[in-house]
Design a protein around this ligand. Sequence first.
Ligand code: GDP
Length: 445
Amino acid sequence: MASALTEKLTRLVKEMRGQARITEANVQDMLREVRMALLEADVALPVVRDFVARVKDKALGQEVMGSLKPGQTLVGIVNKELAATMGEGVADINLAAQPPAVILMAGLQGAGKTTTTAKLAKHLIEKRKKKVLTVSGDVYRPAAIEQLKTVTKQAGAEWFPSTPDQKPRDIALAALDHARRHYFDVLLVDTAGRLAVDEVLMQEIRDLHAAIKPVETLFVVDAMQGQDAVNTARAFKEALPLTGIVLTKLDGDSRGGAALSVRQITGAPIKFAGVSEKIDGLEVFDAERHAGRILGMGDIVALVEQVSAGVDMEAAQKLAAKVKSGDGFDLNDFLGQLQQMKQMGGLSSFMDKLPSELSAKAGQVDLDRAERDVRRKEGIICSMTALERRKPELIKATRKKRIAAGAGVQVQEVNRLLKEFEQMQEMMKKMKGGGLMKMMKKMGG
Ligand code: GDP
């Protein structure tokens, strides 16, 4: 997900390049951006403060690892800390109980409890090969009981009937008894919806919990709730010993900051994510992927990985051998070079490290324009035939016109590219294989 944050961090990363250590001064700018991004993603303010303080502690004075630059190290720290805050590893559902394992679903009305109950039933049937029974304790809305019946059927599980004149506690105990007698592995108990935190209903679910002693008490929360999720989570945590969280509606356009808040406030692991209205729209929660979503910095993480992986040494070696053996440097190689530049985190880092004869002008170049330029050049080369790429000398007026039309550019641009290619070819000849390898190595570092 590209975002303003990605751009800002990229710029900061570029500015920090060359500094040997993360310092209080350079960390401050970056943390300001991270703080803004978390607030934009609807993470609650106290949670943001805590988080930023932890990142700062970790970042300050940390030596730069390997070939990573400080800005990139910091991005790595932010991402790792975010993922760690939201949970480590996979927290699957706990069924370690004398069967039937009872799972209690708690949350506000509309959070997605009933839908999630059915999704979970399906998950347990398919992935864990369990025999699953569901029951609704929502005696206030007959429609809710019917809804559970319908979705349970879709999930391929069994449903235990209940009626609005019963007490939720009695319903649950009857269902438990039925589950025991019929050898069900799991009993999923859906509960009454609350539009807001309501003391009477909280007491009811507390009693229900005491009666059925669930092995899992899952708090179902709507990711779109944003800041409000904090108050709801706090109230449910105070009422019940929560063992896990299900974050629903992550297919919406929220950045999912609620995950961080809810996790921090309840201390319970986020076990699942709801990603569609459909019965199979449930995923095991992936903290690392979610960290990227919150900060909108998937690109940055990818950039860090690419820079740390360095250049494609194999491709560089092949190219070097080619130049050395006198096979010539053709437009395919030129294209390869353009693509390598992109891989290494953009033109700026490439230009920093180019031999002085080429980088003399680099300081005056508008980098964004230069990046666009690279893409146009790629487009031009891709509009050439294989033969033309191998033998650029064939490219005369008619071919130029055709290539320009194919790439959607003016003929002058094709001329400019060919000229640049010739200059590069000249340089390659001068440098020979050894020089090229050295240059590539330097750029990878
Ligand atoms: P409950 O009142 O907590 O039982 O909530 P429901 O299960 O009835 O869900 C409320 C609404 O949210 C329904 O329209 C569901 O289809 C929808 N819903 C639940 N989970 C998801 C989800 O992960 N993604 C999307 N898009 N919609 C969901």
